[in-house]
Ligand binder design. Structure first.
Ligand SMILES: Nc1ncnc2c1ncn2[C@@H]1O[C@H](COP(=O)(O)OP(=O)(O)O)[C@@H](O)[C@H]1O
Ligand SMILES: [Mg+2]
Length: 237
């Protein structure tokens, strides 16, 4: 079984066919990047994959369950358990400590957090010292660390990160790359990171290129940003 199996996903906005039969498979515990020109539908695809936006047709299975067939409330519940999301804007709740932010989705579900696992996550992600702080007192890079920990808290099948370094400087970007790699090494979740940055994409093991509503090419990154940049030009220009 795949962690995520998107099959022939179509979605129109007005007259624009944004996704035109997108198919993409993520191996369990895979680490993949998705690149494509601005406006090519990357965010639309992630929103469909986490059940926030409906597809016109096609399916997205996560851990074998078809997200596109769920009601909004079923999708919300499914997301909390099975899909971790990290957005460019960190979306942390102000007025709640880092710890409460991380545990919030689990608590909504009435799930009891596994203390030992939380401690391991905090240590792997380097957020131990931040747990009692308020998000508004953290730097952008620290907030993104916390957002990654929140995404991993429920040990989801898939973590979807939409341009997680889009608002960060070069140093914080390197930090988030290392973090995603550590998250992947935990061996629990497949990770899909959407990015414009070949350095970020090259952190992943495979890269997929989205153009004209479909995945036009997929390649191993060989952890080589120059290779990724030239493959991108080949696929998307
Ligand atoms: N809620 C929406 N309503 C209308 N058009 C939208 C909406 N969301 C996205 N689009 C359009 O769909 C296209 C793809 O957008 P998006 O998925 O955000 O692209 P990307 O993330 O690759 O930059 C764009 O033309 C955008 O204007
Ligand atoms: Mg986008």
């Amino acid at each position: 079984m795949y962690a995520l199996n998107a099959s022939n996903v179509k979605r129109k906005y007005g007259a624009v066919q944004v996704l035109d039969g997108l198919s993409l498979r993520l191996e369990q515990n895979g680490f993949d990047a998705l690149m494509g020109p601005s406006g090519s539908g990357k965010s639309t695809f992630l929103h469909i994959a986490c059940g926030l936006v409906a597809a016109d047709s096609g399916s997205v299975e996560i851990g074998g369950a078809d997200v596109t067939a769920m009601s909004d409330s079923a999708a919300a519940k499914f997301r909390r358990r099975h899909v971790g999301v990290v957005f460019q804007a960190f979306n942390l709740l102000s007025g709640k400590t880092v710890r409460d932010n991380v545990l919030f989705p689990l608590k909504l579900d009435g799930a009891r957090p596994d203390g030992a696992r939380m401690a391991r996550l905090a240590s792997v992600l380097g957020v131990e010292a931040l747990m009692d702080r308020m998000p508004e007192s953290l730097s952008g890079g620290e907030q993104q660390r916390v957002a990654v920990m929140r995404a991993l808290a429920a040990a989801p099948e898939v973590v979807l990160a939409d341009e997680p370094t889009g608002n960060l400087d070069a140093a914080a970007t390197r930090d988030v790359c290392a973090l995603l790699k550590s998250a992947s090494a935990m061996g629990e979740s497949a990770i899909l990171v959407v990015t414009h940055d070949p350095i970020v994409a090259a952190t992943a093991n495979n890269v997929h290129f989205l153009k004209d509503g479909v995945i036009v090419a997929s390649h191993p990154t060989q952890n080589d940003p120059a290779r990724v940049a030239s493959l991108y030009l080949e696929a998307c220009s």
